[in-house]
Design a protein around this ligand. Structure first.
Ligand SMILES: Nc1ncnc2c1ncn2[C@@H]1O[C@H](COP(=O)(O)OP(=O)(O)O)[C@@H](O)[C@H]1O
Ligand SMILES: [Mg+2]
Length: 291
């Protein structure tokens, strides 16, 4: 379990993280979301013992990172900056890290396979693409088979196939009881991966809830086309709906599809289209994350 309690970090007058309290639970993938500069990296660095909190606490399994017995076997991390020497091969990097994590050579080779780098294992990491470097960072994080994973914007630089791969890996990890905290500045990127969302702005919590509840907060909207848009529009508004008309297409809020259909029928106006618009998740996120 990952937990922050009133966690705060100030840089001069900038409150990068401001009284932040949230938890990420075992068996769940928690998305840590916020616009650029909202304090995600600073928070994750405090959880990993790389940045000292000004006040408050950042805990993993109930203790600060520095108090963990065997940190590399308890927590795996992918951070923003590169992790390997550019002249070193991917495999050489992993072998060196494996010694620290007390992982075997066979685990190194297994992980190279698992992250899709087996064929490029002997190339210098300086020649790796951004996506390959992310894959190497993920392999490094998994060396010690840690139950807790903390990944800062790992989808950056990954192609769609890489994102699908990462999604499968993290889902499996959570399904096996692991705890996953993953940051992003794009909700849509994580929507098919996460169970819970923690949204921050200006270092403060905005929303923390299961993803499903976030969908529930979305305003449902109808798209309606019919023979007489003016008449339909007046009838919908008469029934309490809010209507915006664009090129004879009506966008309706406040009525169910059934209500709209029955109103159109009562008015004797044939409908050409009656669609429930799925919530635009990114839009909801941007509204909540707005400073
Ligand atoms: N080492 C630092 N010194 C000064 N300001 C910093 C430092 N690290 C982060 N900040 C500031 O803290 C705020 C949060 O940054 P960061 O945690 O990197 O956000 P995010 O990862 O969400 O983009 C920003 O205003 C950033 O400029
Ligand atoms: Mg960041």
């Amino acid at each position: 379990m990952i937990e922050t309690i009133e966690l705060t970090k100030t840089y001069g007058k900038v409150r990068a993280v401001d009284g932040l309290s949230f938890t990420a639970r075992p068996g769940r993938v928690t998305g840590f979301l916020g616009l650029n500069g909202s304090g995600k990296t600073t928070t994750l660095r405090m959880l990993l013992g790389l940045t000292r909190p000004t006040s408050g606490r950042a805990l993993i399994d109930g203790v600060p990172f520095a108090a963990l017995d065997r940190p590399l076997r308890q927590v795996g991390a992918v951070l923003e900056q590169g992790i390997s020497h550019p002249g070193q091969s991917g495999r050489a990097h992993l072998v060196a890290q494996a010694i620290l994590a007390r992982a075997s050579r066979s685990r190194v080779d297994l992980l190279l396979e698992q992250v899709g780098l087996a064929e490029d294992a002997h190339r210098r990491t300086g020649d790796y693409s951004l996506g390959m470097r992310q894959r190497l960072a993920v392999a490094t994080a998994l060396l010690g088979e840690p139950p807790v994973l903390i990944f800062d914007e790992p989808a950056n630089g990954l192609d769609p196939e890489g994102i699908a791969w990462l999604r499968g890996l993290l889902r499996d990890h959570a399904q096996n009881g692991g705890t996953v905290l993953i940051s992003s500045h794009l909700l849509a990127e994580l929507a098919q991966l996460i169970d819970d969302v923690v949204i921050i702005a200006n270092g403060q919590i905005r929303r923390a809830m299961p993803l499903e509840e976030l969908y529930g907060l979305a305003v449902q909207r109808l798209r309606v086309q019919g023979a007489d848009p003016g008449r339909l529009s007046r009838a919908f508004e008469g029934a309490g709906g809010k209507v915006v008309e664009v090129d004879e297409v009506l966008e309706v809020v406040g009525l169910s599809a059934r209500e709209a259909g029955e109103i159109a029928f009562a008015e004797g106006v044939p409908l050409y289209e009656l669609t429930i618009e799925t919530a635009n998740l990114e839009q909801i996120f941007l509204e909540m994350a707005a400073a």
